[in-house]
Design a binder for this molecule. Structure first.
Ligand SMILES: [Ca+2]
Length: 242
């Protein structure tokens, strides 16, 4: 048996075949004293062995997961001021009731440009392209038994979020390879309205500090000079300036 096996719901199939030992298939001369097998009886047996899942005699695990998620220090729809906050901490809780929930995971879909600081017991999904969301799949339990609950925290980096979006949405779904009895409480969507806090200064300077005007000169004189401006941002967020 592979020690890394994770699927305890699918039974293992065994196939056993028997035959007489010591007689070559190439032996073509008839032997009237040799034993033979009863050709009317099958010499192949297939047997399925199920794991002891704790899910009753029907061998079907009917479980009910419940998912709770919230941001630490943020109520739902509270405005996220990105210039003040460069990280978010997400609290996740999964409760299991009824029969054991095998291969329980929580999938977390993140908005674009939100990074992951600590990923706990999760692995990161690859992005399909630059516009798609990144995500996490978090192993919760295998199995998560009746009455058990698991809590974990994910810390997220919002310093790369730009000010051209109005909200950040996070979707979390609890999944199991057991049969989920009530899936509507397995999904949580958290939305944070977004506000960027900026601190910008503009300074200007000319390449010629003084231009002397000569009053006695009659003809028009074209005077050229260059004025430069420097825009500085002290915000902790990438700003799109117009
Ligand atoms: Ca459920």
């Amino acid at each position: 048996m592979n020690p890394n096996i994770q699927d305890f719901i699918t039974p293992i199939q065994f196939r056993l075949r028997y035959q007489l030992a010591g007689r070559s298939k190439r032996q073509i001369n008839f032997c009237n004293t040799c034993p033979i097998l009863d050709v009317t009886e099958p010499n192949l047996v297939t047997k399925e062995i199920a794991f002891a899942t704790g899910c009753g005699e029907d061998n079907t695990c009917q479980s009910d997961l419940k998912l709770y998620a919230q941001f630490v220090n943020f109520r739902e729809n509270e405005i996220l001021v990105i210039g003040e906050n460069t990280s978010l901490t997400l609290n996740v809780e999964v409760y299991s009731s009824q029969e054991p929930a095998y291969q329980t995971v929580v999938e977390i879909m993140l908005p674009p440009d939100v990074g992951i600081i600590n990923q706990a017991n999760c692995y990161i999904h690859d992005k399909k392209d630059s516009n798609s969301s990144s995500g996490l799949t978090c192993n919760v339990g295998n199995p998560l038994g009746n009455g058990q609950k698991v809590k974990f925290q994910i810390k997220l980096d919002t310093s790369r979020v730009t000010n051209d979006i109005e909200k950040l949405s996070f979707e979390l779904v609890a999944k199991t390879s057991s049969t989920e009895m009530k899936s509507d409480d397995n999904r949580v969507v958290l939305t944070l309205p977004f506000k960027a806090l900026a601190d910008i200064t503009i300074t200007g300077f000319a390449n010629r500090e003084q231009i002397i005007y000569k009053e006695q000169k009659q003809e028009k004189e074209e005077i050229s000079f260059t004025h430069s401006y420097i825009v500085s941002s002290y915000a902790m967020v990438a700003l799109h300036l117009k």
